[in-house]
Design a protein around this ligand. Structure first.
Ligand SMILES: Cc1ncc(COP(=O)(O)O)c(C=O)c1O
Length: 390
């Protein structure tokens, strides 16, 4: 969310022309969009030299040895794990924020391990007790789970990129209780600077809203320089009140299969979430807590993975630009946000015919309808085929 923007728009699933939602337990959820890509996947797979699948952001490189060793060493785990996380894990998260994220003063009491971060994104509004009449704001072009999480709670999702869209203290359709930020963003790769973040924090504090900042691509900055955290003292004025940073080791450490993630920030907020999570059994397995602790202490494997993505990004960027694409934002993160100034499904169909599968931008909101998202999560060999395919 930035400080300015066009008038507020309802979230995409409620937008005119959006596909009808699915009813699940009385909650209206958007259709699972990936189903619509199935015929294009079949076309791409039929290519004689095989598919170059750049549609999903699932890591393909090996899980680092130190993580596997930590998992093996902690595999004798007969007792229940702590929902709050071990003290060692919470200390490791605080040390990581100080070392890697410019946050010198994170209180380990404000750390909460999560079962991957998608789980928290989907359930945070519910865990905060939000419901009918409450508004959850998320970016206009966004990871779809922010919208889903608001719906699961019975709250109203509102897609807005600017505080100006929401008015001084409230939203267009109710009271704003939670604001999601995502920097670097999926799918656009856009990074929000200190000033933008600070403005959102000031606005949210005045409105009494929680700010949750999904920062899972923070270690993958290319042209953006620094990627400030919401917990950075320059952003939050030295207080973490009302703030949560959401982080995941899925991408930086190839641990998506482990479900290793955490939230950190305001200890009072964490306590509220913890109460519900303890009752609901939302606990990270003990061996995965050990993996988180060990993996967060090591920067070398992250640098190695970063270098792999940097090389793939350079190849994919050249291939796309050479084929007449414009690549917008994409200064950080795992995706290239590309367009030929045509409807995204035309691009998807054309590329599928060449054996390349990408994600249509409208999966992420109507504003993405003329872009496609190209993931860098494929082997060097597959990414290397891109130029000849295009
Ligand atoms: C912006 C964003 N948030 C959260 C997630 C979820 O990551 P995980 O559940 O693997 O931690 C993803 C995954 O792609 C993402 O792109």
């Amino acid at each position: 969310m930035t400080a300015t923007g066009a008038p507020g728009a309802p979230s995409r699933a409620a937008a005119p022309g959006a596909p009808p939602g699915r009813q699940a337990g009385g909650v209206s959820l958007p259709d699972f969009p990936w189903d619509r890509l199935t015929p294009h996947a079949a076309t791409a797979r039929a290519h004689p030299d095989g598919i170059v699948d750049l549609s999903v952001g699932t890591p393909v490189d090996p899980t680092p040895a130190l993580a596997r060793e930590a998992l093996a060493a902690a595999s004798d785990a007969p007792g229940y794990p702590q929902t709050y996380g071990t003290p060692a894990l919470r200390a490791a998260v605080a040390a990581w924020f100080a070392r890697r994220r410019g946050v010198p003063d994170l209180d380990p009491a404000g750390v909460l391990p999560t079962i991957g971060s998608k789980e928290l994104v989907a359930w945070l509004p519910t865990l905060l007790g939000l419901g009918a009449g409450d508004v959850v704001v998320h970016p206009e072009v966004a990871y779809p789970t922010y919208d889903v999480g608001a719906r699961l709670a019975g709250a109203t999702p509102v897609a807005a990129d600017g505080t100006a869209q929401l008015g001084p203290l409230g939203g267009p359709t109710g009271r704003v209780r939670l604001v999601w930020l995502n920097s670097p963003a999926n799918p656009t790769g856009r990074v929000l600077g200190v000033e933008h973040l600070a403005k959102v924090v000031r606005w949210a504090r005045a409105a009494g809203a929680v700010v949750a900042s999904d920062e899972c691509y923070a270690e993958l900055s290319w042209d953006a320089g620094e990627v400030p955290s919401i917990l950075d003292p320059r952003v939050c004025g030295g207080s973490h009140e009302g703030l949560l940073a959401v982080y995941s080791l899925s991408k930086q450490s190839n641990l998506a299969g482990y479900r290793a993630a955490f939230a950190a920030g305001d200890p009072l907020l964490v306590r509220r979430l913890l109460e519900v999570r303890k009752h609901a059994g939302m606990m990270v397995p003990a061996p995965v807590q050990a993996v988180l602790t060990a993996t967060l202490a090591d920067d070398a494997h992250v640098a190695e993975q970063r270098a792999r993505y940097a090389a793939r990004r350079a190849v994919a960027l050249d291939a796309l630009r050479g084929a007449g694409f414009r690549v917008d934002h994409s200064e950080a993160g795992l995706y290239l946000w590309a367009t030929r100034d045509e409807p995204c499904w035309e691009t998807v169909a054309d590329l599928a015919g060449r054996g390349v599968l990408v994600a249509p931008g409208d999966f992420y909101g109507p504003r993405g309808a003329r872009h496609v998202r190209v993931a860098l999560t494929a082997s060097d060999e597959r990414i290397g085929r891109l130029a000849s395919r295009l």
